[in-house]
Design a protein around this ligand. Structure first.
Ligand code: 6GU
Length: 263
């Protein structure tokens, strides 16, 4: 994956990209992160990237020209690629909230252009005529899109072969599987009076798998019951959940999205 980040704060990417799993992946040639200073695409002597908003009001607005030109130059690296095959992602609090499904949608692309918004916002023409995706990382407001772009890069890169240990890790992790992960333990078996589950040390792999699946289900029901609506559940899963008082919906014949008590 080739990432093209457009930002007013290129320095912000040096640390996170170099000193992390991503840095290791970049040095191994599995991905690249090209950071472009939007200001380098401005035409005036002061490098003016923003301007007052039409209609008046507080807050400056990022001008369209430098962002269009920087994006077009990034896309020029893909001359043989179909238009739209390289997503142009605008990071803004108004966007679609990032989740693992959106991450999976972005992951197969050969490259990603990430536009970091700032100030009051960006000229609407960037959103309407340049960006293919408008993405937020959650319901809170950041000072800029830089941290959000790093979150997208990190989450998407986990699906680039070789970036994380094994493909299994990615397929079995929380959320991708549709359920939260079961609890994890390592040595020592007992620490300050806190025990670890006997079953995990039993060597009985069928029992271990069953325990892990049930813990995943229990934890998902307790913390994120919404995920159970779309998770791939077996008859045994449903039976276990029913024992916990969950009676989800009977295979999509109900519009009720909230868990109901059993019975
Ligand atoms: Cl992508 N940008 C900003 N400025 N704030 C945010 C965000 C993005 N996502 C959540 N909050």
């Amino acid at each position: 994956m080739r990432y093209h980040v457009l930002t007013l704060f290129p320095e912000a990417f040096a640390g996170p990209v170099e000193h992390s799993m991503l840095g290791r992946a970049a040095r191994r040639g599995l991905l690249s992160v090209q950071v472009t200073d939007i200001r380098s695409y401005t035409r005036d002597a002061h490098g003016t990237a923003d301007d007052y908003q039409f209609g008046g009001g507080h807050g400056m607005v990022l001008k369209p020209e430098p962002i269009f030109e920087a994006t077009e130059e990034a896309l020029a690296a893909y001359p043989m690629t179909e238009r739209g095959a390289v997503p142009v992602v605008l990071l803004s609090p108004q966007g679609r909230t990032l989740n693992q499904q959106l991450v999976l949608e972005l992951a197969p692309a050969p490259g990603l252009v990430l536009i970091c918004g700032h100030y009051a916002g960006v000229d609407e023409r960037v959103r309407s005529h340049l960006a293919t995706h408008d993405v937020s990382i959650g319901d809170y407001v950041l000072t800029g899109g830089e941290l959000a772009a790093m979150v997208v890069i990190d989450a998407v890169s986990r699906f680039t072969p070789g970036v994380v240990g094994s493909a299994e890790n990615v397929q079995e992790d929380s959320i991708t599987s549709g359920l939260l992960q079961h609890p994890l333990y390592t040595r020592p078996a007992e620490f300050r009076g806190m025990d670890t589950p006997e079953v995990l040390r039993s060597g009985n792999h069928a029992e271990i798998d069953r325990w892990r699946r049930q813990e995943s289900l229990r934890r998902t029901l307790a913390r994120r019951p919404d995920l159970l609506e779309t998770a791939d559940l077996t008859a045994a899963d449903r039976e276990y959940l029913a024992g916990l008082g969950y009676s989800g919906r009977a295979d999509g014949d109900s519009d009720n999205n909230s868990p109901r008590p059993a019975g």
